[in-house]
Design a binder for this molecule. Structure first.
Ligand code: ADP
Ligand code: MG
Length: 333
């Protein structure tokens, strides 16, 4: 009888620990940071405080609207002694600028500001002003000397196209360091995943339909970043009825028109994905395809104005088009 009881206890213990393993507790949180809504879900361990704190810490370094941030000081004074993190992120952005032939350009800020995307006071600048803005946009003029970053008179930097990506990379490190093996965070359109879902299946990330409230499809990923840039979130309609969005073509100092409605980049490093998604939105499908073929290291989902969803070969089996979306799926080989 005693033996039977201890067997029963042993069985109960195995059952309890298995069920604890099978369904770890979910900790969800949402918050506002870096001018956007963010959320996180971690399993087994609560890390929501750490994610929010990191977002706020980085905001205090990179914010363009805070004159006391490192970028704020640089934009007011033309020069700043910056933290290693800021210097390294600027260097990384400049590397992506090289790769994308200047489609990503952190010196585009005077144009972003003139079009009103910082304040919401939207305006189409005059042709003369556009010429001035073009002359104030050139990533090659950013000078880094040790920890001092400088720009020529009138130039300003905006890390908005890569900052949430950097947060994504940091969040992954923070979560993994706390022993978390399953998590997902939405950092304002930058989706970061750690491992798989708690049940062992891949994370399923919906890609928003730029023309509506639904999605164009779903991508399954494990331990990756999924970053989307699009013209559908921050825009205004000008007096000719043309949508003018917050992603600027550095070559024209005007809202980019590369024929895309959104560009999603999937890969390991979130800074690269974030920088590339912005650049690819500017470049359009043809140049993006050439970049994918020559550089590799990332996959993409492009939603075109022509109603197509273009997915690269490496994810053709993990992307599932939403049947009712009305888009035509094509694979980039
Ligand atoms: P979001 O921040 O909306 O997720 P992005 O990552 O594409 O989108 O970044 C867009 C932001 O980056 C803009 O709000 C602007 O501040 C800045 N930006 C706009 N165009 C460019 C560009 N061509 N290169 C670098 N930064 C840009
Ligand atoms: Mg970006």
């Amino acid at each position: 009888m005693k033996k039977n009881l201890s067997l029963l206890f042993a069985a109960a213990f195995v059952f309890l620990s298995l069920s604890a393993c099978g369904a770890p507790r979910e900790y969800a949180s949402d918050f506002f940071a870096m001018d956007t809504y963010m959320s996180s879900k971690t399993y087994g361990t609560d890390a929501s405080g750490a994610v929010k704190e990191e977002a706020e810490r980085l905001e205090s370094l990179f914010s363009v609207t805070d004159e006391n941030s490192e970028i704020g000081v640089l934009n007011v004074k033309g020069s700043v002694k910056a933290s290693t993190e800021t210097v390294e992120l600027i260097e990384k952005a400049l590397e992506i600028s090289e790769k994308t032939d200047g489609a990503l350009d952190i010196t585009v800020y005077p144009a972003v500001k003139a079009w009103g995307f910082t304040t919401g006071d939207y305006a189409v600048p005059s042709p003369e002003r556009i010429e001035e803005l073009r002359a104030l946009t050139d990533y090659e003029k950013v000078d880094i000397d040790g920890d001092t970053v400088s720009v020529p008179e009138g130039f300003m930097i905006d890390l908005g196209a890569v900052a949430k990506g950097y947060l994504g990379d940091r969040v992954r490190v923070i979560l993994k360091d706390s022993g978390i093996t399953s998590a997902i965070a939405d950092l304002g359109g930058n989706i970061v995943t750690v491992g798989d879902k708690p049940d062992g299946s891949p994370w399923r990330v919906a890609i928003r339909d730029p023309n509506g409230d639904g999605s164009v499809g779903v991508i399954e990923v494990t331990d990756k970043c999924v970053v989307t840039s699009g013209g559908y979130e921050r825009y205004f309609t000008d007096e000719n009825g043309v949508k003018r969005w917050h992603i600027i073509d550095p070559a024209t100092a005007q809202p980019a028109d590369g024929g895309l409605l959104s560009a999603t980049v999937i890969g390991e490093g979130c800074v690269l994905c974030d920088g590339l998604s912005t650049a690819i939105f500017v470049m359009g499908a043809e140049k993006a395809k050439a970049l994918w073929q020559s550089e590799g290291g990332f996959e993409m989902i492009l939603v075109t104005k022509a109603g197509e969803v273009l997915v690269t070969d490496g994810i053709k089996d993990s992307f599932f088009l939403d049947g009712g979306s009305g888009y035509e799926l094509k694979v980039i080989g």
